[in-house]
Every structure is written in C-alpha cells, then in structure tokens.
Design a protein around this ligand. Structure first.
Ligand SMILES: Cc1cc2nc3c(=O)[nH]c(=O)nc-3n(C[C@H](O)[C@H](O)[C@H](O)COP(=O)(O)OP(=O)(O)OC[C@H]3O[C@@H](n4cnc5c(N)ncnc54)[C@H](O)[C@@H]3O)c2cc1C
Length: 382
C-alpha cells in the first residue's frame, strides 16, 4: 500500500508543499485565528494552493487535473490540515466538488466550472443538510418542480462548508416522492442567499445556511442523472469520510507536536515533565492514536484509488480518527496544565476544533450504525 511507503514523487511533493505552507500559509492562518477570512483574502492564497494540486490532484488528467489519485491528494491535504484545519476543510470540499464535476457532470458544466475550480478562483459547496434533515439524508425537503426543460427549486440548506464563499452549490434536491437528484445551482445565474453560522470553532472559514427561493435551473444542470441523488450522495460520503478523518489527524499531529515541545521544556519536581512516566505514557498514547487513525484513513483512500468499494472502512476511519482527536487534543490541554486553557497556547483551539469534526459527514453514531449494518445485514437506524 502506497501510504506506508511514499513514492519518491509523493515524498518530494509533500516536502515542497510543507515548505510553502510554512512560508505562506501558516502566517496567513495565524492572522485569522478565530476570525473569518473574507472571500477576497481567501482568493489571495487559493491560486497558489491550486499550483500545488489542491483541488486538482485527484481530478483525472483528461479533465485538466493532475490525475494523481486520492492517496497523493490526501497527503497534500493532510499537510494543510495540520497547519490549518479551517483551510484544510475548505480545500477538502473544493477537491470534492472538482472531482464530482470532473467525473459526473455533463460537458457544458465541466467546461464552465472546472477551469476556475482547478485554478483556485471558483468555489463550490455540497448542499445536503437541512434544518430538519441531518443524519437521514433520504428525507430531504428541498424540492425541484419541473417547468418544461427547467426545474424550479426552493428550500433551505444548513451547515454548508464554504457556503458563504461558494460560486455554486451541488444541491441534493427532491425531484419525486422517493427520488433525489443533484443540481448545480449558480449563485449569479440562478440565485441563492447565504448566511454564516458562528460555531465553537472553525470560524475562519464559512459554515453557512443557504436559502433557495424559486431558482429556475435548467434540466441540463443535473449532475449524475435524474433520480441518482441518494446513491451518489452515499458514494460521495465514502470518499469524504476518510478525508474528514484526516482533518482530525491534522489536529492530532499539531497537538502532539505542541505537547512534545512543552513536555521537554516545562519543569516540575526538579525535571522536565517529559521525564515523568505518566507524561511519557500520554505522549506514547497520543502518537499511537495519530498513527492508527492515519493508517485507517489511508487504507480507505487506497481502496478507493484501487476501485474497491469501502463504505465500512471509510466509516471506521471517520469515527475512529475523529473521536481519537477529541481525546488526543484534550490530553494535550491537560499536559499543558493551566497554560493549556489560555489563548497563549494553541492547544485550547485544537481541543475546540476537535469537538467539531465528529459531526460532519455523519456523526460517530451514524458511522457505527453503518458499520454494524454492513456486518450483520440488519439496520438499527429506526
Ligand atoms: C463543521 C460542519 C461542516 C458541515 N459541512 C456540511 C456540508 O458541507 N454540507 C452538508 O450538507 N452538511 C454539512 N454539515 C452537516 C452535517 O453533515 C450534519 O450536521 C450531520 O450529518 C448531523 O446532522 P444533524 O446536525 O442534523 O444531527 P441529527 O441528525 O439531528 O442528529 C442529532 C443526534 O442524534 C443522533 N442520531 C440521529 N439519528 C440516529 C439514529 N438513527 N440512531 C442513533 N442516533 C442517531 C446523531 O448521532 C446526533 O448525535 C456540516 C456540519 C458541521 C458541524
């Protein structure tokens, strides 16, 4: 498996990306800790990220991407996520929309949106969740009513990552009693409004409500075919979940790094706290959680690259890594003592961010229900 032994190309790509992140992105992210990045400022960094392959690394070469696959793309995302989980999440969504459009959209949408996405100048979001629809995607209420060769779409979406920045949304919409479809809705052309949501953390990027009111969208803006919305949403979750797990790997890596540095510096009882056995054990546990989480995420991504369906492995990676990060980041706060609770140190923010990540793309409970259903053949959802 390639994630255990990176190729020389992967190693070089990650190394040069790391240098760029330290020089350009870390100072940028630091400027916006707990502060919203306006779109014009976001646009100052995204074209440079695009040159390194985010969001185009896994887009097939025939569609203008680098064609490097999910694992290589994830290696780049993981580095970004370790520097800034806000930027990592935002770029992760853009890698998803770019790939979704490249592999499933009709030619005219691909030609219109993909060049801007790949250049880091156009942003898209996935709009699935609604005020009354979270874990149960099948109950989506946003409705598309046919009017000739157009559909008129109305509804409200919520928690949409990148929503405030988005030039378009890929909107999961009800087109029949038991039928969902994906529409590309363009902010300028068809119209929708957004409002940002303030949260416990991850406020540098946008999590937004989206209001769609009688948007007239041509039938040709359906992605993946009429009635394929549920199937393709589930498929998208398969690849999104190990990426969400990697957001937590990024947080854990940062927490571990801060903890090791602090443990080697802080003295109590006449020696550095790293020399106390319980602190040493904590550091060992943290490092092992990072490693186990990483392996699970990259296993799922390797299977996807190999064309093997892996919903179970993907759900396992998501719940394990995201819950591991809640513990690891909390342990990092504990290891820092009182200092860990202050804004002077990064770990309090990492702990707040870690709490957020088990929720998107299906909560921990939902991942466990998916895994158990896969193993027993019995659904425990209802
Ligand atoms: C930071 C962030 C980013 C997000 N980004 C996006 C995005 O880009 N696009 C998008 O569409 N959505 C996005 N979401 C929404 C996210 O996917 C949902 O919040 C998530 O699926 C949970 O839905 P909910 O919040 O409505 O919780 P609910 O579904 O109301 O669940 C509430 C609680 O009940 C539990 N529960 C629900 N059903 C069951 C059951 N059958 N058995 C046992 N327990 C159950 C859940 O585990 C949870 O603990 C994002 C959310 C966050 C926090």
């Amino acid at each position: 498996m390639t994630y255990l032994q990176p190729t020389e190309d992967q190693r070089l790509a990650v190394e040069s990306f790391r240098k760029f992140l330290e020089a350009e992105i870390r100072p940028f992210a630091r400027k916006y800790i707990d502060r919203f990045i306006p779109k014009e400022d976001m646009l100052q960094i995204t074209p440079a990220l695009a040159e390194f392959g985010l969001p185009g690394a896994a887009v097939p070469a025939e569609h203008g991407g680098l064609g490097l696959g999910m694992v290589t793309q994830a290696m780049l995302l993981e580095e970004l996520m370790t520097v800034s989980v806000d930027l990592g999440l935002f770029m992760m969504i853009n890698t998803g929309t770019a790939r979704f459009i490249a592999t499933m959209a009709p030619d005219h949408l691909r030609e219109k949106y993909l060049p801007g996405l790949l250049a880091g100048t156009t942003f898209g979001s996935f709009a699935i969740s609604e005020p009354d629809v979270g874990s149960n995607v099948a109950e989506i209420k946003t409705r598309a009513v046919r009017d000739g060769d157009h559909f008129v779409i109305s509804g409200e979406k919520t928690w949409i990552t990148g929503g405030h920045y988005s030039d378009f949304i890929i909107c999961t919409t009800r087109t029949g009693e038991k039928e969902l479809s994906h529409f590309l809705i363009d902010r300028e052309e068809h119209g929708y409004e957004t409002r940002n949501i303030d949260k416990i953390a991850l406020n540098s990027q946008s999590t937004a409500q989206i209001f769609i009111s009688d948007a007239r969208v041509p039938e040709s803006n359906i992605i993946g075919g009429l009635g394929t919305g549920l199937k393709n949403t589930v498929k998208e979750f398969e690849s999104a979940r190990p990426h969400v797990g990697l957001l937590s790997v990024g947080l854990m890596r940062a927490a571990l790094e801060e903890s090791i540095a602090y443990a080697k510096e802080r003295k109590q009882f006449g020696k550095v706290i790293a020399a106390h056995q319980l602190i040493a054990a904590k550091i060992a546990e943290m490092a092992t959680m990072v490693d186990a989480s990483k392996l699970m995420c990259y296993r799922a991504l390797s299977l996807i690259d190999a064309g093997v369906r892996c919903d179970l492995e993907s759900s396992m990676a998501k719940w394990f890594a995201t819950e591991a990060a809640v513990k690891v980041c909390r342990d990092a706060v504990q290891l820092h003592g009182g200092n860990g609770l202050t804004k002077e140190f990064n770990v309090e923010r990492l702990a707040r961010e870690a709490i957020v990540i088990p929720v998107p793309d299906g909560t921990t409970d939902i991942q466990k229900l998916i895994i158990a259903r896969g193993l027993t053949g019995i659904s425990a959802f209802n």
